[in-house]
Design a protein around this ligand. Structure first.
Ligand SMILES: Cc1cc2nc3c(=O)[nH]c(=O)nc-3n(C[C@H](O)[C@H](O)[C@H](O)COP(=O)(O)O)c2cc1C
Length: 148
């Protein structure tokens, strides 16, 4: 997808809507209509990737809608829940804490009040996650909890 970064123009503070029109239009609709959300990202420089961060920043319009205009996304019959999946090449956990803090702000802004987080340090090479002894089973179980 082609996503422009947020320009902090301030227009969404008045309307709750972003003035930039690009592939984010489809993401806004999906966020409004959906009730289960999975965000997956590797850790780059102790945070989420620039690609997913651009998407998150563009959700400032949801933040304005919820907190300034007092119009959170309406409740769904089965609520709204999230799951965060991260891998990182290092053994350090700091990057995952940063990724989780960003995602918490993102999910709460789009009116997802709860999420579970799975993260796997020491995953660097392509396909390495497939050799992890528990990751696939844990992701499967977390996804089951997500949909129930
Ligand atoms: C630009 C860049 C920055 C990275 N920074 C970190 C980092 O701060 N912490 C970390 O644990 N891994 C870091 N890594 C390693 C990636 O998290 C790791 O290679 C990951 O498995 C990539 O996931 P992918 O194969 O799905 O792209 C970085 C990799 C790149 C390319």
């Amino acid at each position: 997808m082609e996503l422009s970064p947020c320009l902090s123009c301030g227009a969404c503070e008045e309307t709750g809507e972003c003035v930039i029109s690009d592939d984010m239009d489809d993401v806004y609709s999906a966020i409004r209509e959906g009730d289960r959300f999975i965000l997956a990202s590797p850790i780059f420089f102790f945070g989420l990737t620039a690609q997913v961060k651009a998407l998150i920043d563009r959700c400032q319009s949801f933040w304005c809608e919820k907190y300034l205009l007092k119009r959170p996304v309406p409740e769904k019959p089965f609520g709204r829940k999230g799951l965060l999946l991260m891998v990182g090449g290092m053994k350090k956990e700091a990057g995952f804490r940063c990724g989780d803090a960003t995602t918490t702000a993102f999910f709460r802004s789009i009116s997802v009040p709860e999420h579970e987080t799975l993260f796997y340090p020491g995953i660097d090479a392509k396909g390495a996650i497939k050799k992890h002894p528990t990751a696939l089973k844990e992701a499967y179980e977390a996804a089951k909890r997500l949909v129930y």
